[in-house]
Design a protein around this ligand. Structure first.
Ligand code: NAD
Length: 357
């Protein structure tokens, strides 16, 4: 059987993790092309990973190559164009999170996948963790009862990554769309993927860019080197309600006056609560309220989880397993984020409309 052919669009930081995932599958797949608008960067990347062909235009790449799998690892504003071009060009797509700039774009991407009859998987990498698997196991065995509330946070004291991450025109938003998306999705996933119905949120930009990138990048207006402008929120907090009553409370920041970076995902059910960081479960046993730990519990592991994500993507693209992070999940998350931003703007709770069939 001939080997599968893969390509990567966007040869920046996270693309290395996708490449690593593909390299693990070298007995059945070759990465035959990479594409980046920065041609020199793409060339260096191709040399490093021994990839034969380099492009600066994904439309040209899709016209010239016959690809089975494409990773979209560009900045957020290019996700839609790159993913749709790859899907229409006959490839299955693994698109990084957040799926797009907003729900409208995400819906267009989902429609394009349907029309092309191709898989569009979203890079909710936390779903591939051993911690996620353990939590879902506790849920499936009924140990948590009905899960009705979740508290999630992803807080950095001075952690805007800088560059395009701080410019809404490229990122679509700040910590909410960049970091919050991971923990909101993880809580929703463990809770069994209920449908969101409304959100109430606040965002602040009080600390601005002064501490971006740990104080290394002092934007005073446009970043002199790149032209990026710091235009995103530096803190967001929200309550998201789901159709079964389940509710998520989220807090996320690039910059916040706290002691240090921290974050966690907790879920609370009628029988037990769980702490995803520690793996502990809080419940009643033999008439006592107890804390139960798991020997050998593993939290999120960056390298192994990306490898698992890419491997499952390739398997799912071949129909060997169901997709763990669907385009529909991506659209729901974008709808949640849109609603939070809209609520922060208007000061009112915002209803979330169903996904169009
Ligand atoms: N899952 C995770 O944990 C995780 C971690 C980091 C980043 N990400 C996501 O991955 C994506 C990329 O982030 P990054 O940190 O690698 O950014 P990066 O800036 O390092 O890389 C982005 C690359 O995309 C290229 N690019 C932009 N538009 C393009 C286009 N039209 N065609 C081809 N190339 C284009 C840029 O030139 C750049 O090289 C973002 O969506 C980000 O949210 C996910």
């Amino acid at each position: 059987m001939s080997k599968l052919k893969a390509a990567i669009i966007g040869t920046g930081g996270i693309s290395n993790s996708h490449m690593d995932g593909y390299k693990q599958l070298s007995d059945r797949l070759d990465v035959v092309a990479v594409c980046d608008i920065d041609g020199d960067k793409a060339k260096r990347y191709a040399e490093k990973y021994d990839v034969p062909r380099v492009y600066t235009d994904y439309n040209e790449m899709m016209a010239k190559e016959e690809l089975d799998c494409v990773s979209v690892t560009t900045w957020n504003s290019a996700h839609k164009g790159a993913a749709i071009a790859a899907l229409r060009g006959g490839a299955n797509v693994l698109c990084e999170k957040p799926m797009a700039m907003n729900a409208q774009e995400a819906e267009e991407m989902r429609a394009a996948a349907k029309e092309a009859g191709k898989l569009l998987q979203i890079g909710f990498v936390r779903r591939f963790g051993a911690d996620a698997a353990r939590m879902c196991q506790l849920r499936d065995e009924g140990l948590l009862g009905d899960i009705y509330y979740s508290k999630v946070s992803y807080l950095r004291k001075d952690g805007c990554p800088g560059g395009w991450f701080g410019d809404k025109a490229y990122s679509g938003g700040g910590p909410l769309i960049d970091l919050g998306v991971h923990v909101i999705d993880m809580a929703r996933y463990i809770a069994g993927c209920p449908k969101p119905v409304s959100a109430y949120g606040v965002t602040f930009n009080n600390l601005g860019c002064k501490r971006a990138s740990g104080g290394q990048v002092a934007w005073a207006g446009p970043d002199k080197k790149t032209g990026y402008q710091y235009t995103v929120e530096d803190f967001a907090s929200a309550l998201v309600r789901f159709d079964n009553g389940f509710t998520i409370s989220v807090e996320t920041s690039f910059n916040l006056n706290i002691a240090g970076d921290c974050g966690n995902i907790e879920l609370f059910g009628t029988k037990a609560g769980v702490n995803v960081n520690s793996g502990e479960m809080y419940t009643t046993m033999a008439g006592k309220y107890v804390k139960v730990g798991t020997y050998g519990y593993k939290g999120f592991g960056f390298e192994s989880e990306f490898q698992r994500e890419v491997a499952e993507f390739v398997d799912a693209s071949q129909g060997l397993c169901p997709c763990r992070a669907t385009a529909e999940d991506g659209v729901w998350l974008m709808k949640i984020l849109d609603a939070i931003y809209e609520s922060a703007r208007t000061g009112k709770s915002v209803d979330i409309t169903p996904i169009a069939e």
